[in-house]
Design a binder for this molecule. Structure first.
Ligand code: FAD
Length: 491
């Protein structure tokens, strides 16, 4: 009661609750089978100062604080692992603080979602370039920066969302507030670059899965949104991942985003093609052969767009049986996403691949481009080997998409589809972990870790002893009582 009263003292009764019937909502995530524990208290602060006070109180009571943005993480990252948790819901912190059209940055409170931010920016002719994750209609900037997210648009051109962060304000586990990037200097009026004064300490908080600090405000690069775009979808001729890789390599050799203006490039392997489409598209697509690729290019000049479009089309045609389109009704998925909606923030393909009652036990990873065919083959082999186990667990395995990132890497959207059947949860979790292990041993990198992923990383002894020691020491420094997201990475 004393803890609750102190917290009410910070935000008022309206924004702090210990009622189970409200807190129960915060016990849930989008994963199919990780445990659901109702937090003791849920709190909705409106400012950095309030968060600082909340953390200081939690530290005094040695109670866990778990930050939560949109709650769209798929690996249990924003679900409590024990009842004695203060669930910090950041969605009230959703203000756009500054749009700097001269220096091309936007400063926001970290609880705002990608969709609302970009809607405002679109009005001014800008966008965030990378549009956060595919869940960006709900997912927050803070959640994206905690996961190195991408997938909501612009990955091929702008990379992960963390690559576009130039300023960050964070509350540490001590309650101290710090600013990172050019803001480290009290004489810099507005953040404009992540690098400058000595080492890049901002990096400690990017992709940290909520373990190192609470992100309260962030400054992101914004870019003028090109007025012209073209998107194409192609059937791939051969059921061979190497075949698709050749397309990518040819496009890279011709200049990729820098010269050709590629904004996004997706490959969807055969079984998944059916899942990501609308009913209309499924009817049109029929025979799915080697899967599909779809890409969007952008330009500020119509003639340049036309020229680049032709170069890319020539490459794609070499490897494709046919182009789908031009409209979405005829199978051009880019027209549906980018043309009609302006982003990709609508789905997680694994859900729809598996059917309406299935949820994604995702094992999404990042790999260098050269590795993706090998990883996809390994996942196919894994599926064959575990055919019986998957059947018993009422789960399916699949790869929903390969999303190209800028320069040299890509995200692979792999995982299981599973039901919410209580009796099968343990089996699904075991299969889920097994698939993680396969991917990690093949050299893949997990960017969204949550509870389950971060445990697999540590348990598989992937980190060298020295690295893990260093990681633990840094954690101890920023959060001496281990109150921020305890349990992750086995902290
Ligand atoms: C339909 C769908 C599509 C998806 N597509 C993608 C995709 O394309 N790419 C991708 O990367 N992921 C994707 N995801 C996974 C997930 O939604 C994203 O990673 C997203 O960025 C999470 O943001 P969130 O605000 O929902 O975070 P939450 O789920 O609320 O939190 C995620 C983690 O970040 C921490 N956290 C949240 N806010 C803060 C903060 N302010 N300070 C410190 N820590 C914080 C939490 O403690 C937790 O560990 C998808 C999920 C769904 C359901």
């Amino acid at each position: 009661m004393a803890l609750y009263d102190e917290l009410v003292g910070v935000v008022g009764e309206k924004y702090c609750t210990d009622k189970d019937y409200i807190c129960v909502a915060y016990s849930r995530g989008l994963d199919p089978c990780l445990q659901e524990i109702i937090p003791q208290i849920a709190i909705r602060p409106e400012s950095t100062e309030q968060i600082s006070e909340i953390v200081a109180i939690a530290k005094q009571y040695k109670t866990a604080v778990l930050p939560r943005g949109g709650g769209c993480g798929l690996m249990g990252g924003s679900k409590p692992i024990k009842k004695e948790t203060i669930l910090l819901d950041l969605t009230r912190m959703d203000k756009i603080l500054d749009i700097d059209e001269l220096n091309h940055t936007v400063t926001v409170q970290c609880g705002i979602n990608w969709s609302r931010l970009n809607a405002k920016l679109f009005d001014k002719g800008f966008y965030t370039g990378n549009m956060g994750p595919g869940s960006g209609l709900n997912a927050s900037i803070g959640g994206g920066l905690s996961h190195h997210s991408g997938g909501g648009g612009g990955c091929a051109k702008y990379g992960k969302c963390t690559e576009n962060c130039v300023g960050l304000e964070v509350v540490l586990g001590t309650g101290d507030i710090i600013t990172l990037g050019s803001q480290e200097s009290k004489f810099v009026e507005k953040p404009f670059t992540r690098f400058g004064f000595g080492p890049d300490l901002m990096g400690i908080f990017l992709g940290d899965n909520g373990t190192m600090g609470i992100k309260t405000t962030a400054t992101l690069k914004i870019y003028p949104k090109p007025p012209y775009f073209s998107g194409k979808t192609f059937f791939i001729k051969e059921n061979s991942y190497e075949h698709t890789q050749n397309i990518v390599q040819e496009m890279i050799a011709k200049g990729w985003s820098k010269s050709l203006g590629i904004y996004d490039f997706f490959f969807t392997p055969p079984p998944s093609v059916m899942g990501i489409t609308t009913d209309k598209l499924i009817k049109t697509w029929g025979d799915i052969k080697g899967g599909v690729i779809f890409y969007v290019i952008e330009a500020f000049d119509e003639n340049i767009l036309e020229k680049n479009s032709q170069i890319l089309e020539n490459i794609a045609n070499k490897y494709s049986t046919r182009e789908l389109g031009p409209s979405s009704k005829e199978g051009n998925i880019t027209d549906w996403f980018y043309g009609e909606q302006g982003h990709w923030q609508v789905y997680h393909p694994l859900f729809s691949v598996m059917g309406p009652d299935y949820f994604a036990a995702t094992t999404e990873v990042m790999v260098p481009i050269s590795l993706f065919p090998r990883i996809l083959h390994k996942l196919d082999e894994w599926e064959e080997e575990h055919h019986e186990d998957l059947f018993e667990a009422d789960a399916e395995s699949g790869v929903s998409h390969v999303v190209m990132l800028n320069h040299n890497s890509c995200y692979i959207g792999s995982g299981l589809g599973a039901t919410h059947d209580e009796d099968l949860k343990i089996d699904v979790i075991n299969l889920w972990k097994d698939q993680f292990n396969l991917l990690l041993k093949e050299g893949a990198v997990l960017y969204m870790c949550g509870q389950i992923g971060s445990h697999v990383i540590v348990d598989s002894r992937l980190y060298s002893k020295n690295y893990y020691q260093f990681f633990k020491k840094v954690k101890k420094m920023v959060d001496p009582d281990n109150i921020l997201s305890p349990g992750k990475f086995r902290f």
